[in-house]
Design a protein around this ligand. Structure first.
Ligand code: SAM
Ligand code: SF4
Length: 539
């Protein structure tokens, strides 16, 4: 990778989203480069997971480096890009609904394609493109600008490919995440007047590294270390939409972390669909756990997070790294999906309930408390009531600190699409409600146990929630002193302080209350000289 550098959102983007955050950026920004640009503007909307969010940061970096300027509204942009998600049907539908808003000829109308759009697509004549009138919902929208480029990026682009052009002929660019390396060339073709371009290869050996990444968060930097997925879970589109696994070299990762630390970032989050399946392609052959330690040892880095871990590749060495190095955050996201070995087998998850519980036992007996979160799917084809009950009992055993729970969604090209014994939608909804309620009770109890303890919290923003104890003690301070941030264990803490805190600082917060999803507290003592190289956070 060449010399990577960051662009702070506040200096180049008119969204205002990052403005005034007072982030610690003092590093080189290619402001001149952007200012000399061609005057074109872009709007980028992201759907889906953290990896998509970070891909968007990289896409924005590519465009800013080419002289484009980012704007906050699609109407004001000459290029409108949607970075899409197709993990579940609903997510994909949202994208087609957005695209419908740009249908030409509806100058004063916004068209939303109804939810069955993608499902029906397979059976429609791809050249026709006409949605029956009854399936369109219209609301006012300003006139379509002449020459606006509409582009679809990410998983829906990869999955639907050039069929998108047939379905929405006003789209000019279709590019899957495995082809993002080609984005600058594709954009160049559009600038030369080409009407339609696409990048849909998935057999690339390359990872999507850019020379410029526009980072949205001034103290937490996301870094993709492995792209794609070689697992073949029977319900999942990711192996089709993101292609095979490709890891970055440990040297290029560490070089970028050093640059990030130099630029003032204190928290680094390593990303990958299966981040712990990382395989260093260089001769150094650094293991994932060694990489975690090496990143944590970079001077200036105070917190290292990583997500998502696959249970098959989760070993004792990762737990030992967390135990040994305080900068590696005490949180592991380890999706289980189901508590039934039979269902796990049908999902092709490559582990049994017992094997998963062995990994959990390693964390439960660790020298540092490790917060564990997970993903769960209910209503997989053939899931019996007894098998669902096994998922509920797994919750009792693991005691997760958080869980993302989903109803099974049949996806194109996946093996589970053709499996028998589909679970009716109402039954899936019932199981989901039961699961959510149980997990909520577990989280409430776990969080309540933390009342009275003190944690280090990164000050990330002003809290909208009001601490009741503060209201009782001094009403005048209530609004001024509400802050929020995360603990190392990734718990959200809404806390009060009588001092004017600085965003990006680390403070010690005593927990005074708990809800299922967050903690409430007050600043106990401020630790301002605690970078791991001993230098103060604020100069
Ligand atoms: N790679 C991660 C892993 O192995 O667990 C997960 C990545 S996936 C983007 C995030 C979550 O979406 C999965 O863990 C799963 O719970 C959920 N998911 C994926 N496909 C799904 C489907 N067809 N229906 C419902 N949920 C799904
Ligand atoms: Fe999808 Fe399974 Fe790969 Fe996760 S490990 S991205 S669920 S195929």
């Amino acid at each position: 990778m060449g010399k990577a550098f960051d662009i702070g959102l506040d200096s180049l983007v008119e969204t205002g989203a990052g403005a005034g955050l007072g982030g610690p950026h003092t590093h080189n920004r290619p402001v001149g480069q952007a200012a000399e640009g061609n005057g074109q503007t872009f709007y980028l909307e992201t759907f889906g997971c953290q990896m998509n969010e970070h891909d968007s940061e990289k896409v924005a970096g590519v465009l800013l480096a080419r002289g484009y300027r980012q704007v906050a509204s699609a109407d004001a942009a000459s290029v409108v890009l949607y970075n899409t998600c197709s993990i579940r049907e609903k997510a994909a539908q949202k994208v087609f609904s957005r695209l419908g808003e740009w249908r030409p000829g509806l100058q004063s109308s916004k068209v939303s394609l109804v939810t069955s759009a993608i499902q029906n697509q397979e059976t429609q004549d791809p050249g026709r493109n006409s949605e029956p009138a009854a399936r369109l919902a219209r609301t006012p929208r300003p006139a379509l600008q002449n020459g606006k480029i509409i582009g679809v990026l990410g998983c829906v682009a990869q999955q639907e490919g050039e069929k998108i052009f047939a379905r929405a002929p006003w789209v000019s660019l279709v590019c899957g995440s495995a082809s993002y390396r080609k984005l600058p060339e594709l954009i160049q073709e559009l600038e030369r007047g080409n009407r339609r371009v696409s990048g849909l290869d998935t057999d690339t050996e390359e990872t999507f590294e850019t020379e410029v990444t526009r980072r949205d968060n001034p103290w937490r930097a996301y870094l993709t270390i492995i792209e794609g997925c070689d697992k073949a879970c029977s319900y999942c589109v990711v192996p089709f939409t993101r292609g095979p696994e490709r890891s970055r070299t440990s040297a290029s990762i560490l070089e970028e972390v050093q640059q990030l630390a130099g630029a003032g970032y204190t928290e680094v989050q390593l990303l990958g669909q299966t981040v712990n399946s990382y395989k260093d392609p260089s001769a150094r052959k650094m293991r994932f756990s060694e990489l975690l330690v090496a990143v944590a040892e970079v001077p200036g880095i105070r917190r290292v997070r990583f997500t998502t871990s696959h249970p098959r590749d989760f070993g004792k060495d990762i737990v030992e790294a967390i135990e040994a190095v305080p900068a590696i955050c005490e949180h592991v996201h380890l999706p289980v999906q189901s508590g039934s070995t039979r269902v796990l087998k049908a999902m092709a998850r490559t582990y049994s309930r017992e094997e998963y519980l062995d990994k959990i036992a390693m964390m439960h007996s660790a020298k540092r408390p490790i917060s564990i979160t997970t993903d769960l799917i209910v209503g997989f084809p053939g899931e019996t009531e007894k098998e669902f009950a096994q998922t509920l009992s797994l919750l009792d055993l693991v005691q997760y600190d958080g869980a993302f729970c989903f109803k099974y969604s049949p996806r194109p090209n996946t093996p589970s699409l053709t499996m028998d014994d589909a679970i009716p939608e109402e039954e899936k909804s019932r199981r989901l409600a039961v699961l959510l309620q149980k997990q909520r009770e577990i989280q409430r109890a776990r969080n309540e146990r933390l009342v009275g303890e003190t944690f280090e919290v990164l000050v990330e923003g002003r809290s909208k929630k009001v601490n009741p104890s503060m209201v009782a003690s001094n009403a005048a301070d209530v609004r001024a002193g509400q802050w929020s941030g995360h603990t190392s264990s990734n718990k959200v803490v809404n806390f009060t302080s009588r001092a004017e805190e600085s965003l990006g600082d680390y403070v010690r917060v005593r927990v005074t209350g708990a809800t299922p999803n967050s903690l409430v507290g007050e600043v106990a003592e401020i630790a301002r000289s605690a970078r791991n190289d001993g230098t103060p956070f604020r100069k």
